[in-house]
Design a protein around this ligand. Structure first.
Ligand SMILES: [Zn+2]
Length: 374
């Protein structure tokens, strides 16, 4: 690439975002956005810890007389697993919800069961109808879009919200955090919350004639108005109130729960592993590890030199990648010829499919005027 740029503070580059902007010191726009977000929403020592206590007190208050205080969406990954542990430290009565979209690694299932048992949490697993999930994911494969993880992410959010309403739970604990996820390229990402976009992709790129009624989903009205305003269901992000670090979280989970790491962020799903290790780098030139490593660098958990060394080492061999690819393609009924077509077809943006972007931007603007995201 002629105009290749690499940030001098993190390791984001023009493969992560072709429109990366560097300032006069060679620091990228993602670093600047991260600093601003952390200043506004990040961990601030004792002040944040007091806010967390106040938040958990409020959650307990709302849970009085009910079976559970809150719901925790658990994927089996580091962040949601650590959050399960944290909630127990504050004696929250948690309903753990896991969504099985057909791609769980055995390790993920074992981690989740093991943790919930030791913490004494009820675990409810929502199993997504596989024929529906398969056709939706297959449609995304033929969409030319970058974010193939939308079908998994959307049903996770929707299933948690539906379970919360079923049990009258007002708070959903979410493991997203600034410390380990503060940098994420926006170049190829579109929100997994856009139901109109999902339906549009399914209709135009799918081969199935049926509808998506068996797929857990939330439309725009439910997600932005009905659930938060009328049912008062709220997503909260407790890891932003503590001095959270990935190393500390893994060490705690291994020690307390015999928890096992998967070797990569979000590799608890075999589809996500394929998506991040094969589809994105080979079609888009984007290695999502750059975002994850950059987050740890700006968060002070890793030096830039360590990050550059880590990104240079491929986590899987070509033979392992080939095996992973074969597994995914077979499961989605995709032939080698179709795979070649997928890799060669033009890249598309979500704007080429129906979407709710304008409405979401409008609602977020209103919400941000009244709410503080943590
Ligand atoms: Zn940077």
């Amino acid at each position: 690439m002629n105009d290749y740029k690499l940030c001098q503070r993190c390791i984001m580059d023009t493969t992560s975002d072709p429109h990366l902007i560097l300032d006069d010191d060679g620091v990228c726009n993602y670093c600047h956005a991260y600093d601003k977000s952390v200043e506004e929403h990040g961990y601030k020592g004792k002040e944040s810890e007091q806010e967390l206590e106040a938040l958990f007190d409020k959650i307990k208050e709302k849970g009085k007389g009910k079976e559970y205080d809150c719901l925790l969406g658990i994927s089996g990954g580091v962040d949601s697993s650590y959050l399960a542990y944290l909630a127990k430290q504050y004696d929250l009565r948690v309903l753990a919800v896991h969504v099985d979209a057909g791609w769980n690694s055995e390790l993920a299932v074992q981690n989740i069961k093991n943790m919930c048992q030791k913490l004494g949490y009820d675990l409810h697993t929502v199993v997504v109808d596989w024929p529906t999930m398969k056709e939706l994911q297959r449609a995304y494969m033929f969409s030319g879009l970058a974010n193939l993880d939308v079908p998994q992410d959307h049903c996770f959010i929707a299933a948690c919200a539906k379970m919360a309403k079923k049990f009258g739970i007002k708070y959903i604990l979410n493991g997203n955090n600034w410390a380990t996820e503060g940098i994420l390229s926006t170049a190829y990402q579109h929100s997994a919350r856009d139901w109109r976009n999902i339906k549009g992709v399914y209709k135009r790129c799918g081969r199935a004639k049926g509808n998506l009624s068996k797929y857990p989903h939330q439309n725009f009205i439910e997600m932005y108005l009905w659930d938060p305003v009328f049912h008062h269901v709220k997503f909260v992000f407790p890891l932003n109130y503590i001095n959270y670090s990935k190393k500390m979280a893994i060490a705690t989970l291994e020690k307390e729960f015999d928890w096992k790491y998967y070797g990569g962020k979000h590799y608890e799903s075999r589809f996500t592993k394929f998506f991040q290790e094969i589809y994105l780098p080979k079609k888009f030139g984007w290695d999502k590890r750059r975002d994850h490593i950059s987050s740890l660098i700006v968060g002070g958990e890793m030096t830039r030199e360590e990050g550059l060394k880590e990104i240079a080492i491929m986590p899987s061999t070509e033979a392992e990648l080939e095996e992973e690819k074969e597994y995914v393609l077979k499961k989605l009924d995709i032939t080698d010829e179709e795979w070649n077509y997928i890799m060669e077809m033009p890249v598309k943006s979500e704007d080429e499919y129906p979407n709710d972007k304008k409405w979401v931007a409008f609602c977020m603007k209103i919400k941000n005027m009244f709410c503080k995201k943590r």
